[in-house]
Design a protein around this ligand. Structure first.
Ligand code: ACO
Ligand code: KIV
Ligand code: MG
Length: 534
């Protein structure tokens, strides 16, 4: 048997700071499906600043009046981070950057030009010397407006390395403080980009006067790996985007890069200023603004990143989180790990979930519930709390005693000054009819307020979601709610073609679960007391 490799040595003895340059609002925004209005950009720029991003690339002011206005609004309000804007090596673009950045506390102008033979010949129709002269003139012009100038060699990874040395040396001499080496088309590999950064840092004149920066695209799915390799080669700024949005397959995902540096700190010995607990909220905000859904299995911020369905993993997780998680969900902004009950789950996870729902079962009962659970899980993709309750109680949860919706009515108006109002009629667990009404900030808020009045239960809702479960104009909507009661997460869901009815059913399912865990007296089980939040 081979010997274990032992701990990996650190790449650097002295702790290093890696500057996080976020380009979600520029490279990210220019990708299909990600356009943002000026007010959306402003909102997201605030979120990036709160996240602790060092440099926010706010836009490309010469591209449109709207982009210019968007940058100006960010300059007026956002403090803390440096604010960068992009310009071609073109006097008009650089003037537009300067105008947009007027009043910024920490302005940066970012000028770029293509350096690769393919781009020089086919895109720009310029030779090496002409590109170099355009670059030097642009950096010098930008320096007349601001001290902090970044120069990028577009398509650097397909550029002759000795020409990169020449143009980077000239850019430093002209006043550039940051030299960005983009892998514009996501073509490079980790060992190649690492060698290129080492080569440039050794050969560029006055290399120590500038920060070398990586800007990797994800066409081969290597953007994060290549950015980390660039850090190994000496990069001290990484350009990235939230959720990895950006041209084509996107840019290096900020959340992945930052967590790799943190989780493998002993190796990289490099840190960032990012408040990692804000990663998930920031990712969610971007999804909401752009409508770009994050894939479930996306590292760090995807819904499955801390979810476990298979029995062996769930069993390990219940013994020690470290068995199957290399970082804590709380550290990146999730509430907790998730145990999803499904076809692959085992007895340990089932027992744990039943206890959380207030049922303590002996081994024989657990075995019989487990057999029924496996049969059900073969038919359903996910087994919900309501299904588990039905299995333990030996009856359909819908038939169990609880509040039942008779009717609900909601009225609302847009910009007519009317208050959203809801009235509900329920039958309570003892068969009596109750009617109540309430107003709220919106129709669903009013509905929940009326249900709270009718039942006397005030649920502290953690999340509320509506999604369609079928297609077409008459699609069924599924409303899902979660609430935390005494540290236990309870869920409720309801389905209807009317989303108000679906929402009321979800609220009542959650409320009934709460009531049942308080009142449940079935002899084979011992209910755990769960108090309603008042
Ligand atoms: C790798 C990147 O991410 S680069 C950034 C890409 N982002 C964008 O393009 C979004 C914003 N762009 C735009 O709104 C428009 O392209 C504009 C306003 C900038 C320019 O629009 P137009 O004047 O109509 O030019 P168009 O987009 O058709 O072509 C680009 C022109 O810029 C030139 N160009 C491209 N890059 C550079 C550069 N770095 N420096 C100087 N000129 C450049 C091209 O050669 C072409 O010039 P030409 O019109 O003389 O042939
Ligand atoms: C403008 C530059 C930095 C760029 O986005 C790229 O080359 O990918
Ligand atoms: Mg790019």
């Amino acid at each position: 048997m081979n010997e274990s490799p032992g701990p990996v040595a650190s790449i650097s003895d002295a702790p290093q700071h890696v500057t996080i340059f976020d380009t979600s609002l520029r490279d990210g925004e220019q990708s299909p499906g990600c356009s943002m209005s000026a007010s959306q950009k402003l909102r997201f720029a605030h979120a990036l600043s709160e996240l602790g991003v060092d440099v926010i690339e706010a836009g490309f002011p010469s591209s449109s009046e709207a982009d210019l206005e968007g940058v100006r609004a960010i300059v007026r309000e956002v403090r803390g981070s440096s604010l960068a804007t992009l310009a071609r090596c073109h006097p008009g673009d650089i003037e537009a950057c300067a105008r947009a950045l007027e009043g910024a506390a920490k302005p940066r102008i970012h000028v770029f030009i293509s350096t690769s033979p393919l781009h020089r010949q086919h895109k720009l129709n310029l030779d090496r010397q002409q590109v170099l002269e355009r670059a030097v003139a642009a950096v010098e012009q930008a320096r007349r407006y601001v001290d902090d100038v970044e120069f990028s060699c577009e398509d650097a990874l397909r550029t002759e390395p000795e020409y990169l040395v020449e143009i980077c040396s000239a850019a430093i001499a002209a006043g550039a403080r940051t030299l960005n080496i983009p892998d514009t088309v996501g073509y490079t590999t980790p060992s190649e980009i690492r060698s290129l950064f080492e080569y440039l840092r050794s050969n560029v004149r006055d290399a120590d006067k500038a920060v070398f920066s990586a800007h990797c695209h994800n066409d081969l799915g290597l953007a994060v790996a290549n950015s980390l390799a660039a850090i190994e080669g000496g990069a001290r700024q990484v350009e990235c985007t939230i959720n990895g949005i950006g041209e084509r397959a996107g840019n290096c995902a900020l959340e992945e890069l930052v967590m790799a540096l943190r989780v493998r700190n002993a190796y990289y010995n490099a840190s960032t200023r990012i408040d990692t607990r804000r990663l998930v909220p920031t990712s969610r905000l971007l999804s909401r603004i752009t409508g770009m859904v994050v894939q479930r299995n996306k590292a760090v911020v995807g819904q499955n990143a801390f979810a476990h369905e298979s029995g062996i993993h769930q069993h390990g997780m219940l013994k020690h989180r470290g068995t199957y998680e290399i970082m804590a969900p709380e550290d990146v902004g999730w509430a907790q790990s998730q145990m999803v009950m499904g076809r692959h789950s085992g007895r340990a996870a089932l027992n744990d979930r039943l206890q959380a729902l207030g049922f303590s079962v002996d081994e024989a009962r657990l075995n019989s519930v487990f057999a029924a659970f496996k049969t059900l899980a073969e038919k359903k993709r996910e087994v919900f709390d309501a299904d588990l309750e039905a299995l333990v109680l030996g009856a359909d949860a819908k038939a169990a005693r609880g509040y039942r919706l008779v009717r609900a009515h909601v009225s609302t108006g847009v910009a007519d000054g009317s208050l959203p109002t809801a009235s509900v009629q329920l039958v309570d667990p003892d068969g009596a009819t109750i009617s109540e009404a309430a107003v709220g900030d919106g129709p669903v808020h009013a509905l929940f307020a009326a249900l709270a009045r009718a039942t006397g239960l005030r649920l502290a809702i953690d999340s509320y979601n509506v999604s369609s479960v079928t297609t077409g104009d008459d699609a069924q909507g599924q409303a899902s709610l979660t609430a935390r009661v005494d540290g236990v997460e309870l869920t409720g869901s309801g389905t209807s073609t009317d989303i108000i009815e679906a929402s009321a059913l979800a609220w009542l399912e959650l409320a009934n679960r709460l009531v049942r865990t308080q009142r449940q007296t079935e002899p084979a089980t011992q209910p755990r007391k769960v108090a309603a939040t008042a």
